[in-house]
Design a protein around this ligand. Sequence first.
Ligand code: HSE
Length: 311
Amino acid sequence: MKKEIKVFAPASVTNVSCGFDVLGFAIDWPGDEVILRIKEKPGVKISKITGDGGRLPLDSSRNTAGVSLMSFVEHLGFNKGVEIEIHKKMALGSGLGSSAASAVASVFALNEMLDSPLSRKELLPFALEGEKLTCGGTPHADNVSACLMGGFIIVRSVSPLDVINIKTPANLFCTILHPHIEINTADTRKILRKQVLLSEAVKQWANVAGLVAGLTSGDYELIGRSLHDGIVEPVRSILIPGFDDIKEAAIKAGALGCSISGSGPSIFAFSTSRKIAEKAGTEMKKILTGIEIAGDIYISKINKVGPRVIK
Ligand code: HSE
């Protein structure tokens, strides 16, 4: 058995406009890295957290990666110890699935170290234990599923867990603007309406169906027409300075559509080429700079690999 393993797990864009808690996909960069070592003394120990994770607890029982690993270790009946270092390469509260990436990286690393006794799908419930910690109660499984499975996923059901990977067209590019402000997912879930009108729901599920059909058939126009969220985006976008202008700038630059990534503040846009995706990014960032907020731009295709061993 190897003494240590280093794993990268990608960030993810979830909801994808109309698919609140249901749709998501992995991107190439950013992501989190975890180094895992097997120790003689039983237990799960977090020895170090670097990057924006400086504020996260080292206590395994209060850390998403720690909790996920503890549940996996218990399931395996693994009688040795596990030590991890978490290197956060993305900001907390960015809307890019930061906590999910660390949890996925940890669980995936141990599974790889033990020669993959479980499939990726079988690892999902353990990685999800971490999300339970951050949101309490029934977790949303979109970030964890997209990160662990890679590609574009549909969470058809959380309990029992039913996650489906769907095909996406080859020239679908994603631009992500990450404004440097922090938004707490649990807070933005609390402000959402608990009830919607049937007429609003009909529009929403029509768009989800259109989006999935557009993705699987490679119909870019249909993808663009379906990127509308009349339920969650109007509420959450209020918390993102300049959101409406940023969205307009992305679409003017040629993007198919634009919405919030996860619970924000990151904003994503889909385009049909890297050139348009880059132009959209430049125009989106101009708006942010104009209101004196710093931000990063990431351009990525849909990451079909998910977590991977890097050493
Ligand atoms: N689907 C979740 C939400 C993702 O929108 O609250 C959180 O990143």
